[in-house]
Design a protein around this ligand. Structure first.
Ligand code: FE2
Length: 395
């Protein structure tokens, strides 16, 4: 739900004749969510967006899921995954999944194919590296710390532009991702108490036009294996043929450095970190911040039982004070499932007293339904993590 945007050329009235210089009509496309009852965009194509010439089954990498049973808190070291030579879409290695969302990690050094996710929105968090995001709506650059939110069925590709790999932590939703509703007014503006606002969002600024014929686009869509299947469409013309569009539905980037932390005299509850919400999950940002300033405050979190959620934390910068002594480092992901009370590592509450600033950066995904473990997660698991609160040695 970003705000209204208009890019390129559009006719003054919607659903009226809009002609090319040669006198023929542009092809109008309404892209809308929730049965055209919610946000939408109106796009004007050079060619028919319906003109496919081939449809083939595509064998995307897929992983089985294993229940987190017997129940354990988990620690995965994503930087130990074999991620060489891939792209930011087909190179995603799924770590944790349920029917509401799929969490994956990729370290990409190659341009991705053209791709569309018809199952739901995607939220790509950039851990490091830079890239060009290109789509039917236009293009923009993405950088370390960016969340890139991509509406369902947006055709796009990602082209790494840095010497180092583009490292991304991706949330694929079964549904739509947007800012928390409590931060929006009844009419959709960010409210004054929101930790970010319209000025912090970056979207396409001009059309992206590319010529070509018989262009392949990979489509992830609803299907029989864990709810997904992949098809390769071949389009008669290049899908990047939109001369103009307007609406409130388009891809955008939000950099985590623009998230203004909400702090207090005593420890603030996790919802203050919320950045986005999706169907049966939330995405939160733990950013560098001044910490609790009551004279008797304990800056690290209390032990907590988030009884309705599985909690995933992706550690992507700084030092994470509450996890000191756990083996967690840059690129780590922890899973603290429902049914397990978790909290700071032994000794860290005392050590944190008097600290005024936490230089930490982490992305959290809390899911309201249990997450299952995919093979790549098990391949990079630190199996001794569960026993670290008890002071046992890491395996
Ligand atoms: Fe937690």
């Amino acid at each position: 739900m970003p705000y209204y945007r208009s890019v390129g050329e559009i006719p003054r009235k919607r659903h009226t004749q809009f002609r090319k210089p040669d006198g023929t009509l542009y092809a109008e496309e309404l892209m809308g969510v929730e049965g055209f009852s919610s946000d939408s965009a109106l796009l004007y194509h050079e060619y028919l967006p319906t003109a496919i010439v081939q449809s083939e089954a595509y064998e995307a990498p897929s992983w089985s899921r294993t229940a987190n049973h017997p129940l354990k808190p988990r620690h995965f070291r994503t930087h130990k995954l074999d991620t060489g030579g891939g792209d930011a879409i087909t190179g995603r290695q799924h770590l944790l999944a349920n029917n509401d969302c799929r969490l994956s990690y990729a370290a990409a050094d190659a341009p991705s194919p053209l791709y569309r996710n018809a199952i739901g929105d995607e939220c790509i968090y950039v851990e490091s590296g830079t890239a060009r995001f290109e789509s039917v709506f236009g293009a923009f650059d993405i950088d370390r710390g960016d969340y890139v939110v991509i509406p369902t069925s947006t055709t796009y590709r990602i082209i790494p532009t840095s010497a180092e790999p583009l490292r991304t932590f991706v949330t694929e939703a079964t549904g739509h991702i947007g800012p928390p509703k409590r931060y929006l007014t009844a009419k959709g503006q960010f409210a004054e108490h929101a930790p970010y606002c319209e000025r912090d969002l970056r979207g396409p600024a001009e059309p992206m036009l590319e010529e070509g014929s018989d262009i392949e686009v990979l489509v992830q869509h609803r299907g029989p294996v864990n709810g997904t299947a992949w098809t390769k469409f071949t389009y008669a013309h290049h899908p990047f043929d939109v001369v103009g569009w307007d609406g409130c539905l388009y891809p955008y980037a939000f950099n985590v450095a623009d998230f203004e932390p909400i702090t207090g005299r005593v420890h603030q509850p996790p919802p203050v970190h919320q950045t986005f919400e999706g169907p049966n999950f939330v995405i939160c940002s733990f950013v560098p911040r001044k910490v609790d300033y009551h004279p008797l405050s304990i800056p690290v979190p209390y032990n907590h039982a988030n009884v309705d959620s599985d909690e995933v934390l992706f550690y992507c910068g700084g030092n994470y004070e509450a996890r000191k002594g756990s083996g967690i480092g840059q690129g780590s992901i922890s899973l603290h499932p429902s049914g397990f009370t978790h909290g700071p590592q032994p000794g860290s509450p005392e050590a944190a007293i008097g600290v005024e600033f936490f230089d930490e950066l982490a992305v959290m995904v809390d899911t309201f339904r249990p997450l299952e473990l995919c093979e790549p997660a098990l391949a990079c698991e630190d199996t001794g993590y569960a026993w670290t609160w008890a002071g046992r040695t890491l395996s």
